[in-house]
Structure formats: structure tokens, C-alpha cells
Design a protein around this ligand. Structure first.
Ligand code: PGA
Length: 246
């Protein structure tokens, strides 16, 4: 089970220090992998503050070139260098606000993996596609276009765009149907089984019903991961779920 926390452009140095203080006496479980994606400027800082804890650090994006004249971009090598083990690629905010297309996302993922980062590749349909019954087809296209050949030790995050930050989540049936669909497509393309995380308005109230859905291997949490108390409550729900189902 994987719990990922995407902080987006939130939490400054002082808030990060407060957050990590709250983690120090918490009893982490070896059944859960967890990764925090802080703002890029703080990967190093968070890495050092969580050195003694079983928490991985990730970058929120990386460029498809390793170095060069790309002002404002971040190299996968630099993420690695500042303690990152993971990187988010193709988040819908990057796709929509920064015009990253499928081809570019594929190159970013490929470069990240070649730099020994583990990728969480995000896919998700918009509300119109969902309402018109085209969600499965839309995700299949994204996977066909974005999955790099070297997709090792990496995950897919299913994040319906209409669910991010809105408090709306798909039904349990829709999540299970989509996760099963994603696993089948990735198996067809790469001949390997992968884990699929659900993301979009995951919070303390709905975590129990989401993690018990078949083929949900973890969650990618945005807003609800900004407070240590909520992040730990979500983490604890996952531990409890594993203990009940084992
Ligand atoms: P949210 O964001 O949990 O705030 O909906 C999830 C994400 O964008 O990764």
C-alpha cells in the first residue's frame, strides 16, 4: 500500500519544520510505503528532516533533458541529488496550466527512470469525457501515448481531473473499473503488472471507503496531506485496512 502526499505549491520552510516535528513520535508501519512531494525548493530540506523516518521524498516534475539551457526547469539528476526517490509526471495541473502534452510527458518519464527515479505517472479524464461515457477510452489513449518502454519500479496514479480539489469522487464501481482497465492496458503494452493509486479529493472521511476498493494500491493525496494530523490519519486508515484484510 502506497500513500503519496502531493503538497503542490504549499508549505514554506517553517510549516515544513512544524509538519515534520509531528511525525517524530509516530509509529510507522513497514507495510506502507509513503512519499511526500514538497515544493521543489524544499526537497533537500525535507529529506534531511525526515532522514530518521521511513518516508521517501519526491519531486513534483522533472525535465526531459538532464541539463542545459532550460530556465526554470528541474533536472531528474538534481532531484536524485537532493534525496528524491520518486517524481510525479503528467499531473493534470502540469498538463492544463503548463501545456504539457502526452509526448512530452512520456519523455519526462523516460528521462526520470533513466536517472533512477521511480515515476508516478498521472492520468485522468475531464468531466465531459466522464459524462459522455468516454473515460475508459480517454485513459487508454493517455497510457498508449505516455507510457515509456522503461517503466520500471513505477506507478500509475488515476486522478480524474474533475475530482481534484473539488470534493467530488467517482463511485467505488467507477474507481474499480478504471483501475482494472489501467492494469490491463499496462500489461498489454509492457507485459508487466503495475500498482495503481487513486487521487482526487481523498481525505480523512473517505479514505476507508477508497482503500477497500479492489485494485486500489494506494492513494495520492493533495489538500488533505497538508496537515500532519490528517496525513497521519490517512496513513493510519491504510494500516488498519491492511491489518483487517490480512
Ligand atoms: P486533492 O489533489 O487531493 O487536493 O484533490 C490531488 C492531486 O492533485 O494530486
Amino acid at each position: 500500500m502506497f500513500i503519496a502526499a502531493n503538497w503542490k505549491m504549499n508549505l514554506d520552510k517553517k510549516s515544513i519544520l512544524e509538519f515534520t516535528k509531528s511525525l517524530q513520535n509516530f509509529k510507522f508501519s513497514n507495510q506502507i510505503n509513503t512519499c511526500i512531494f514538497p515544493p521543489m525548493t524544499y526537497t533537500d530540506y525535507l529529506y534531511n528532516l525526515t532522514n530518521n523516518l521511513p518516508i521517501s521524498i519526491g519531486g513534483q516534475n522533472c525535465h526531459f533533458e538532464s541539463f542545459g539551457a532550460f530556465t526554470g526547469e528541474v533536472s531528474a539528476n538534481f532531484l536524485k541529488d537532493t534525496g528524491c526517490e520518486y517524481v510525479l509526471i503528467g499531473h493534470s495541473e502540469r498538463r492544463t496550466l503548463n501545456n504539457e502534452n502526452n509526448a512530452e510527458i512520456k519523455s519526462r518519464a523516460e528521462t526520470a527512470i533513466n536517472s533512477s527515479l521511480k515515476v508516478i505517472l498521472c492520468v485522468g479524464e475531464n468531466l465531459t469525457d466522464r459524462e459522455e461515457g468516454k473515460a475508459l477510452e480517454q485513459i487508454e489513449k493517455q497510457l498508449n501515448d505516455c507510457l515509456p518502454y522503461n517503466f520500471n519500479n513505477s506507478f500509475i496514479a488515476y486522478e480524474p481531473i474533475w475530482s481534484i480539489g473539488t470534493g467530488k469522487i467517482p463511485s467505488a464501481f467507477e474507481i474499480q473499473e478504471m483501475h482494472t482497465h489501467i492494469k490491463k492496458i499496462v500489461y498489454r503494452i509492457l507485459n508487466k503488472n503495475i500498482n495503481v493509486l487513486y487521487g482526487g479529493s481523498v481525505n480523512v472521511e473517505n479514505i476507508n471507503s477508497i482503500i477497500e476498493i479492489n485494485n486500489v494500491d494506494g492513494v495520492l493525496v493533495g489538500g488533505a496531506s497538508l496537515k500532519a494530523k490528517d496525513f497521519l490519519a490517512i496513513y493510519s486508515a491504510a494500516v488498519k485496512h491492511l491489518n483487517i484484510s490480512s
